[in-house]
Design a protein around this ligand. Structure first.
Ligand code: SF4
Length: 697
């Protein structure tokens, strides 16, 4: 059911007017899709857990309007598994799991396609003790392993494995199959001169490097009969010396001639040092690559639907892309984690109620590359639908004090469960540290989370009281329960001179970036310090970080012009020095984001200094010592970003007054409480309170 029209929120024009292209049906081979959004493949690290939970995850998205869903990758054999958490689709026990999922999706009215893959040199030796295999023995910095070069017999067996896996997919009732041939996996490795050094039937020139992926396409096509086959192919490897655009296009054409019903265009390898899916990549940045593939297919009289993916986060963007005619479908993956009802809400005219993916990767891609089950930072229910989609009903009167991530989520979930919620916030807007994060270049989507909660809390009837600071616990005596989510404050630093006027804390610097001078020394280089450095130096008009994203300018040169492809971002006019006592710059940031942001600030000229001891601050900067050598870091402003302390005074007052309460987020633990933890604690606290205070009757 679409959400009720919220009071006070203007609905846009009729949904049909708003998304005419997006809501027009499209064919993928024998399959007729009701609209042009596909839910893209995501490895969830949940595929081998309770199949009922996996089914619930997909069914929730079907209920939200998802058309064709592509599963996470299923390995065609053991040596091709990306890790121990991957499905081996030819194992009977794993097939039984997927059969349950397929049945559940079909019962809910959805369509589901299986993604078949072989990781090649990205496979994990530790998963099954097998050597990774690849076209050639080329070391991978991603898997930190060197694969064995495949023999002719191994190549033939692997093609047969793809064919057998496709036969399994048909037998299980999948509506389509997608063959993974991008992101640097096995098919992509064969196509690339970087990883295919052979000089035989499978390599030596572009035509022979295409032979393996085309042979796989033919074999899968043969196995599928009338079931549609999508090929996920790399439109741009973003690896020096790898396939040219012309070679990538030629492979797409060859795969269509081998029977592909659609080309889903992937971007970049895991080893690429060009950001592809991080928040600092502009929305729609990669559409021109998919558009190029479509043009090549049309010119070769091999036109099939082409699907664009990566960093498209809203249906408004998707409609603009589709309306320009450069591609035929848009694949959204993470946006379905952030909000399973992105389609139904938008189609019903309420895009402001969509919980938008912010491109942080912290609870999804970062986890999928390891062993942790995937969820979503802004939607901790994702992947845990059986536990948290429907909380016990409650009619409790609950006060939530503090409207940062933990408090917003607690208030939302409690109100959704029926509680009468009052949310008190000392500031003038909800959002807490997301308001600061949203100022950072490339992180403006964090403000979309604030927008979502503002609208969703209004829809749910939460009484939001801004500018109200509650220090006296007695004022909360009338509530059945109090959630203390009062967050943190910056920790000071015990260094001579810390009280001088040039010293600011990070919160002050974020609030007043114009008050910061031209030469800045930042003490502390965790996530906040790095973000602050980024904010202070990346203000160059027209830079990739500052400009609104072009969606469909049709020019790949956009990437180079904006410094994404070749690192040409100019230095900042501000001199920023980022210092840390121990550990790496940006330690604690997500694995897929840290390198991209740290390289961005270095390109902007930020000097990073680690392993220092702070000796003193004077009116001209900071004295530090490193390797026994003293150095004066010249600065007209010193910003302290050296950790935080909990705002937990209210909890003590509530305890003294005997008022039932739960402390969450930074108020509970300043150290180690990132946004993932905060949102999760908000949800868990709401579930526990709803269970403890059930509705009467
Ligand atoms: Fe998007 Fe972050 Fe959620 Fe991943 S964890 S789906 S990147 S908001």
């Amino acid at each position: 059911m679409p959400p009720a029209a919220p009071q006070g929120i203007a609905a846009f024009g009729s949904p049909a007017q708003r998304y005419p292209m997006l809501q027009s049906p499209v064919r993928l081979g024998s399959l007729r899709l009701p609209h042009r959004i596909m839910m893209g493949s995501m490895h969830l690290n949940r595929e081998l857990a309770d199949p009922r939970a996996l089914a619930a995850f997909y069914v929730e998205r079907v209920r939200g309007g998802a058309g064709l869903i592509i599963t996470g990758a299923a390995a065609v054999n053991q040596e091709g598994a990306g890790g121990a958490g991957y499905t081996l689709i030819r194992e009977t026990a794993h097939q039984d799991r997927w059969r349950k999922v397929v049945t559940a999706v079909h019962d809910a009215g959805g369509l589901i396609g299986l993604q078949l893959f072989h990781a090649g040199r990205y496979a994990s030796r530790s998963a099954f003790g097998l050597s990774p295999v690849a076209p050639s023995a080329v070391y991978s910095g991603y898997s930190r392993d060197t694969p064995d070069a495949m023999t002719d017999a191994q190549i033939a067996a692997t093609i047969a494995d793809f064919q057998a896996a496709a036969e399994v997919a048909v037998a299980l009732g999948f509506d389509a199959v997608e063959v993974m041939g991008s992101e640097g996996y096995l098919l992509n490795q064969f196509a690339s001169p970087v990883t295919n050094l052979r000089d035989d039937a499978w390599g030596g020139d572009p035509a022979r490097r295409r032979e393996f992926p085309v042979a796989v396409a033919r074999a899968v096509r043969h196995a599928l009969g009338s079931t549609p086959m999508l090929m996920r192919l790399s439109g741009a490897d973003l690896v020096p010396g790898s396939s040219t655009p012309e070679e990538a296009d030629a492979l797409a054409i060859a795969c269509v001639r081998a029977g592909a019903d659609a080309i889903d265009v992937g971007i970049g390898w895991h080893e690429s040092r060009v950001p592809t899916v991080q928040s600092l990549v502009p929305h729609g940045a990669w559409v021109p690559v998919a558009a190029r593939v479509k043009t090549a297919l049309v010119e070769a009289a091999a036109a099939v639907p082409v699907i664009a993916a990566n960093r498209i986060v809203s249906l408004d963007q998707a409609e603009r892309i589709l309306g320009s005619g450069v591609v035929d479908l848009v694949s959204l993956a993470r946006p379905f984690l952030a909000d399973p009802r992105i389609l139904s809400k938008s189609f019903a005219g309420h895009p402001t109620l969509v919980n938008t993916c912010i491109g942080c990767n912290e609870a999804c891609i970062d986890r999928s590359l390891g062993r942790e089950p995937v969820s979503c930072l802004v939607n901790p229910t994702a992947g845990r639908e059986l536990e948290f989609s429907v909380l016990p009903r409650t009619s409790a009167r609950v006060a939530v004090v503090g409207a940062g991530p933990a408090g917003m989520e607690a208030a939302r979930a409690l109100a959704d469960a029926g509680a009468l919620v009052s949310l008190f916030e000392a500031g003038q807007r909800i959002g807490g540290q997301f308001l600061m994060a949203g100022m950072v270049p490339g992180k403006s989507d964090f403000l979309e989370t604030v927008r979502y909660f503002e609208h969703e809390l209004a829809r749910l009837g939460v009484r939001v009281k801004l500018g109200v600071s509650i220090a006296n616990a007695a004022k909360l005596a009338g509530f059945d329960h109090v959630v203390v989510s009062t967050g943190v404050h910056p920790r000071g630093i015990a260094v001579p001179g810390a009280g001088l006027p040039l010293v600011l804390d990070y919160a002050h610097a974020f609030r007043n970036p114009d008050a910061v001078g031209d030469a800045v020394a930042i003490i502390g280089a965790g996530g906040i310090g790095v973000d602050l450095a980024h904010l202070l130096c990346a203000v160059r008009a027209g830079s990739v970080f500052g400009c609104p994203a072009p969606i469909t300018n049709g020019r790949e040169s956009f990437l180079i012009a904006n410094g994404l492809a070749d690192g040409t971002l100019g230095p900042s006019a501000r001199r920023v020095t980022l210092m840390r006592r121990a550990g790496a710059i940006g330690a604690g940031m997500g694995a897929t984001t840290r390198w991209a942001v740290v390289s961005a600030i270095r390109r902007a000229g930020v000097r990073t200094v680690t392993d220092v001891t702070y000796q003193a601050i004077d009116s001209g900067g900071v004295w530090v010592e490193r390797d026994g050598i003293r150095e004066h870091i010249e600065a007209d402003t010193v910003v302290v970003a050296a950790g935080q302390e909990s705002n937990d005074a209210l909890a003590g007052g509530l305890a003294a007054a005997g008022i039932a309460h739960t402390v969450i987020g930074g108020a509970l633990a300043a150290s180690g409480t990132n946004a993932v933890v905060a949102f999760d604690q908000g949800l868990r606290a709401a579930a526990a309170i709803a269970a403890a205070l059930p509705a009467a009757g």
